[in-house]
Design a protein around this ligand. Structure first.
Ligand SMILES: Nc1ncnc2c1ncn2[C@@H]1O[C@H](COP(=O)(O)OP(=O)(O)OP(=O)(O)O)[C@@H](O)[C@H]1O
Ligand SMILES: [Mg+2]
Length: 586
């Protein structure tokens, strides 16, 4: 998507307001430059010899001037201001909502690669930049250009040669402006990139404030931040220096333009016998023309800087999503689901494959415990199923449909996840639970919370279900957050359930409380449970042991425990407690 396409797409959504705004704006563009011409007609009255006639003309012109000012107040005040506000706010809201959607359309890889601070600075900077670009294009470019065109047209009516000469004088002037401003664009683009980087470091560092504090690395962190901040300000200063120099150059150019224009006016006034009122108009218009040129000049400086930073921000937002949805993507309607990994190969980094030709078939309702050493590929397998990343080769099927043929939303609605580290939105508990099922009734929400053994804890909070949980759910303990995630999965009621160390943050009391709830939750579902603590896997009827991206063992827990040199058996033995608990539940 280009910036132009993004703007056009959102303009379409509020086209009526936009057309109204354009009409109102064009009206002001035509009306404003007429002031000088109407007022200068008064001067013509002094050339009329008949005093009565002169007075009559003067009165008519005065009435016209009053009518003109009234019309201008109406057009400028009502249309240009009121409609501009209505249009720009509507347009910007559509635009930001669209950017919000395109940021969220990115895959997990994008959020892994980009710092969230950099993304949010880019979204805000881009949206604010576009509002500013829009208003300034109207008032610093289009309107002064209209003023110039109308002025040249009026002058051309009584002296075409003078109009053409003044126009010709503008050409080298604007060429110089263009040359200077190209450098501005580059400077501004670099400055914005540096600012975004510094801002990303700031947010990243604050988000990890406790790590910085407890590791005693504050001074290193401060130096690191300062180094990037300094780079941003160095580029800022370079841009400022260039701006000061170019302003001085343009002021000098203004003086030359004005002086040569006056000489041209005097020359053509004599040669073309220009009447006094017209001559008066040309003089008054001259300062208006210089002002318009200055505005256009300022705009081109400003826009070179603005468009430089707009582009830098847009480049962050607009990276093509590496996970995309097919145009004819399907919706999955399933109450039971089978999962098949067919010759799946995948690598995060080229030539370092995590999986090569992995084959795995999980029947509907089967409960898989996924175990293996750290780095063996458990989370990667789950991430591939969620299409956080796409397979490099092969395919993953849910009920015989390639997950790449499904709508992403549909895939995610059908695969519920209880992650190891549950992060919550900084909103109320009800809102956090409703994310899984926006249509859930209060009663359904409470039932899910009861099943997840979190209802009593919620009721003890000051505002119960309306309590806000703080950033990433920081006001709740790890175990409480995890139980909220379980309640969320209960509400989602998807045929596939992924438990990623789902009970890792629960103490033994909560764990035994939640066991029944989990048992209810997983009853008819196809479950993949990733676990290090093998004691949490006793609901599973099949264990897959991953070793270096390969399926090393596959069988029922009892079968694997009986393999004399089996990895699963060894892992159970190593986790003494896990082994005992596991055994108890067999
Ligand atoms: N985003 C990433 N970019 C590059 N390599 C990655 C990324 N995530 C994981 N890896 C690598 O892929 C391999 C498999 O990682 P994965 O996270 O799937 O292991 P895991 O079995 O879940 O480990 P753990 O038990 O520690 O959670 C590892 O070698 C890891 O370093
Ligand atoms: Mg993992």
């Amino acid at each position: 998507m280009t910036i132009t396409r993004l703007i056009l797409k959102n303009l379409k959504k509020c086209r009526k307001l936009f057309i109204l705004f354009c009409l109102a704006f064009l009206l002001t563009c035509i009306i404003l430059p007429l002031e000088g011409w109407i007022v200068s007609r008064l001067v013509g009255c002094f050339e009329i010899e008949d005093k009565m006639q002169a007075l009559q003309n003067c009165l008519i012109i005065m009435q016209t001037i009053i009518a003109y000012y009234l019309l201008r107040a109406l057009v400028n005040g009502f249309f240009a201001s009121y409609i501009k506000e209505a249009f720009s706010h509507t347009f910007i809201s559509y635009l930001i909502a669209d950017i919000f959607a395109s940021v969220h359309a990115h895959s997990v890889r994008y959020f892994d690669d980009e710092m969230s601070g950099r993304i949010s600075t880019a979204v805000n900077g881009f949206a604010r930049g576009l509002v500013s670009a829009f208003t300034n294009t109207c008032y610093m470019l289009v309107r002064p250009l209209c003023t110039l065109i109308v002025s040249f047209a009026i002058i051309a009516a009584f002296s075409p040669a003078l109009s053409l000469s003044l126009l010709a004088l503008n050409i080298p002037y604007f060429f110089a402006v263009y040359k200077v401003n190209r450098r501005f664009f580059t400077l501004s683009n670099d400055r914005t990139k540096a600012e975004n980087k510094a801002s990303g470091i700031l947010v990243d560092s604050i988000a990890n404030a406790s790590l910085v504090k407890y590791s005693g690395s504050f001074f290193t962190e401060q130096l690191y931040f300062y180094k990037h901040l300094k780079q941003a300000y160095r580029l800022h200063a370079a841009q400022g220096k260039y701006q000061t120099f170019s302003r001085f150059a343009f002021h000098a150019a203004d003086t030359v333009f004005l002086s040569v224009s006056i000489l041209l006016i005097l020359f053509f006034a004599k040669r073309d016998n220009i009447a006094l009122d017209n001559l008066f108009y040309v003089y008054t218009t001259l300062s208006g023309m210089v002002l318009s040129i200055m505005l256009i000049n300022n705009f081109s400086q400003f826009s070179a800087s603005l468009f430089g930073s707009l582009k830098a921000n847009f480049d962050i937002i607009n990276l093509p999503p590496d996970i995309s949805e097919k145009e004819n993507a399907k919706t999955l309607h399933a109450s039971k689901a089978s999962i098949t990994f067919q010759n799946v190969s995948f690598s995060y980094v080229k030539d370092r494959p995590v999986f090569q030709n992995l084959n795995l078939k999980i029947e509907p309702g089967q409960k898989i415990g996924l175990v293996g050493h750290s780095g063996s590929g458990k989370s990667t397998l789950v991430n591939l199923l969620l299409r956080s990343y796409d397979v490099t080769a092969g395919k993953i099927l849910i009920n015989h449909t390639d997950i790449r043929d499904l709508k992403l939303r549909s895939l995610h609605q059908n695969v519920a996840v209880v992650p190891q580290d549950t992060s919550l939105l900084n909103r109320s508990i009800t809102e956090n639970l409703r994310i899984a099922n926006p249509k859930a009734t209060t009663e359904q929400i409470r039932n899910a919370a009861r099943l997840a053994c979190i209802h009593d804890t919620i009721m003890k909070l000051l505002q119960g279900y309306d309590s806000v949980v703080g950033e990433r759910g920081i006001l709740l303990s790890g175990g409480e957050r995890q139980r909220i995630a379980i309640a969320r999965a209960i509400l989602q009621n998807a045929p596939v359930l992924i438990l990623d160390e789902a009970t890792s943050a629960l103490d033994s009391q909560s764990e035994s409380l939640i066991e029944k709830a989990l048992q209810n939750l997983i009853k008819d579902k196809t479950v993949i449970a990733v676990a290090h603590r093998l004691s949490t896997l006793h609901h599973m009827n099949r264990i897959i042991v991953l070793d270096n991206g390969k399926i090393a063992e596959d069988g029922s827990p009892a079968e694997l425990l009986n393999r004399p040199d089996g990895i699963f058996r060894k892992l159970c033995q190593m986790q003494n407690n896990g082994y005992l608990t596991y055994g108890e539940n067999q």
